[in-house]
Design a protein around this ligand. Sequence first.
Ligand code: PMT
Length: 319
Amino acid sequence: MMQTSTSRHFFEDFPPPDDLKHTIRDAEAFVKLNSVKNKNVVLITSGGTAVPMESRTVRFIDNFSTGTRGAASTEYFLAAGYAVIFLHRARSAKPFVRHFPEEKLLDLFVLKEAEGNDTSASAITVKQDESTRLARVLRSYHSASSTNSLLSIPFFSLQDYLYFLKSISDVLGQLRQKSMFLLAAAVSDFYIPSDEMPEHKMQSSEGPPEVRLSSVPKMLPVLIHRWAPEAFIISFKLETDPKLLLLKARKALDTYQHEVVVANILEERRKKVVVITADSETQLEISEEQRGSGQELEDILVQDLVAKHEAFIQSAAGR
Ligand code: PMT
């Protein structure tokens, strides 16, 4: 049987992450610095949330999300002049470094040994055919870091994610219409309440455990109506059944009354999304050929969202 709780109960049930105060201070400084520069700031959430099965967590329930949507979108928002808070699942895809997968990293370089035994004199260079790509990524990375336009905050568990989301929303919401939320993380709908979670590692000698999951309260309405009521908010709707997708995405928009829902089907998510607003429905798509030549769906998605955000800011200014 499933139980539900309110967002307040959920937070009361779990302690905040150790580094929460420090993270809030970083977020405040980042938002202040970038608002002085008159920049729009977007919070991008990315990757899956881990649901612990023990308080001293050995095992956890996880999901499919790789974090690619969030990491790629971060790069395109930076290129569009936004400052980005990248709230991401630890060890999921990250902007810039995602272009160089760990297992192939060393293939980027050539080692030229010096004459004799002097290893300190050996030279390392980047392979000729990789240097253009590496230079392009390095340029964007240096531009983001030298202008303090990117703040990266990792999380692991569902609980930590929600604490960070709430605290950052309180800070970012102060920018009102100039703040944007791109909620691309795949957030668990279920968790184990603290009083039903064993402290220590579950013992296999005791046989298969009976695990009772409770529903995670929906945080989206709380974010939209309480934490950041004037921000431009984009949620995602993921389904595996195409017949349900648009109905459920539209229903989310009608229910929560925020700005945009981006609808996607699990297997097609790299090729196609539908961007839904109160009065529009736009399918964005890239072909296999475009993907093969290095283009990404997030490029056109971010362009579309930036235009919608601009219109939102203009309309608020005209009121
Ligand atoms: O990471 P990738 O591999 O690149 O994949 C990208 C993606 C498929 C994860 C991404 O495009 C996406 O769709 N992310 C949202 C997935 C999801 O959680 O969808 P949902 O339909 O289960 O939830 C809908 C919305 O409710 C989400 O915006 C979520 O933030 C919100 N939610 C979910 C749970 C919860 N307890 N409270 C919430 O508010």
